[in-house]
Design a protein around this ligand. Structure first.
Ligand code: HEM
Length: 386
């Protein structure tokens, strides 16, 4: 899967897998699910289990195992519903409205120097903007001091060495950091979302300390690489589709359409999994109990039964049925935040610069199966006359 992400014919391969078999037995108990209708219905099926036993791979009672076992994405049924209600307080629509001016200011602070550098030769859009902004946004949500963030968190997401590490390195690095931080902050306010995650709701329910640690690690790992990928992939789409790019630059109300179509056409979170607790029928295929279903959002989002001319990047299409944020009980809690960050980046970017061009062939990340995004994006531009 990782090697596939780096190939030039990546989308073509997923299209071929879907056309060959919408539910494909890949061996070793793994079934690839690629048709939109099947991925959508399986995501919403409460009998399928999220988590897929990934935590067990870290050995019983290891701190990383505890984090993965306790975070929202591993929970099911009533346990998940309760914990999700408590975590979702962080993402209330009102907080997004309050965040908008703060994020816009941060985006501008990153984009102005990027525009200046890229108009004088080339600059890395991933390192300077796309990965930096989500990292800064999450830092401010947690109210963590910039020096502390730079020492303990940023190195897990930014910089060349990150691409040599596997996708779980960030979880392994964040686990002791948040364990220590949350343990030390017991009975003391941090001023950030740990206070909210640790507090009781109106019914008197609250997360355990292990759940606060686990969901803090989840929020950081779920938010940075995925949103960075969305922002970078959207710029790639606009560079590769100059007509769409001109339309978006002359009518900025189209930015949200471009972000939505980029989510469909080139998803930065290309997949998810579920386990079958019992024998299960999907698309006419009998799947034995204990199998893993691997949902390809990449393939589902380009299913011609769901989207007309799906390989085409089309600003005018209604892309809202795309599955890049999942669906059903585990639908992404940060979807609104990610969309807003991407919109603000492009509003600020087009105010600062235009005529973007790639200065080298894209190298796609191959260290993390749940992210498809460029490792870096060397781009040239012209300063905007606006
Ligand atoms: C473009 C950016 C993003 C993409 C493509 C994305 C994608 C996803 C997907 C596909 C899932 C569901 C996984 C499943 O059903 O198995 C998910 C869940 C989740 N995401 Fe995101 N995500 C993004 C950004 C964010 C951000 C910014 C945050 C937080 C600040 C976030 C927090 C979460 C959380 C907490 C869950 C777990 C929800 C649950 O299990 O109930 N995500 N995300």
């Amino acid at each position: 899967m990782l090697e596939l992400g780096a190939r030039d014919d990546y989308f073509n391969i997923w299209n071929r897998i879907r056309a060959y078999a919408p539910v494909y037995d890949a061996g070793e108990g793994v079934f690839l699910v690629t048709e939109w209708e099947l991925v959508n219905s399986a995501l919403r099926n409460p009998t399928l289990r999220a988590g897929s036993g990934i935590s067990a791979a870290f050995g019983q009672d290891s701190p990383v195992e505890s984090v993965i076992r306790n975070w929202l994405m591993s929970l099911n049924g009533e346990e998940h519903r309760l914990a999700r209600g408590l975590v979702s307080r962080v993402f209330a629509p009102r907080s997004l409205v309050e965040l908008e001016p703060i994020i816009r200011k941060k985006a501008r602070e990153l984009i102005v120097p990027f525009a200046s550098k890229s108009s004088n030769g080339s600059a890395d859009f991933v390192g300077d903007v796309a990965a930096k902004l989500p990292s800064e946004v999450i830092r401010s949500l947690f109210a963590i001091d910039a020096d502390e963030w730079a020492a303990h968190v940023e190195p897990l997401f930014l910089g060349e060495s990150v691409h040599q590490q596997d996708g779980f390195a960030a979880v392994a690095g964040l686990t002791p950091y948040f364990q220590d931080k949350i343990h030390r902050s017991r009975n003391r306010k941090t001023g950030g979302i740990i206070d909210l995650l640790s507090s009781e709701d109106k019914q008197g329910d609250c997360l355990t300390e292990a759940e606060v640690i686990a969901n803090s690690v989840l929020i950081v790992t779920a938010a940075i690489d995925t949103t960075a990928g969305l922002i970078a992939n959207t710029l790639v789409e606009l560079i590769e589709n100059p007509d769409s790019s001109s339309r978006v630059q002359s009518d900025q109300t189209l930015i949200s359409k471009a972000v939505e179509e980029s989510l469909r056409h080139c998803p930065s979170a290309p997949s998810s999994t579920r386990r079958t607790p019992m024998d299960f029928d999907l698309g006419g295929v009998r799947i034995p109990a204990g199998s893993d279903l691997f949902f390809s959002f990449t393939a589902a989002n380009r299913d011609p039964k769901k989207f007309n001319d799906p390989d085409c990047f089309d600003l005018d299409r209604d892309a809202t049925a795309m599955l890049t944020f999942g669906g059903g009980a585990h639908f992404c809690l940060g979807a609104g935040l990610a969309r807003m960050e991407a919109r603000l980046v492009f509003e600020e970017l087009f105010a600062a610069a235009d005529s973007f061009a790639l200065q080298e062939k894209i190298r796609w990340r191959v260290n993390n199966p749940v992210v498809r995004a460029p490792e870096r994006l060397m781009v040239s531009s012209q300063l905007s006359a606006r």
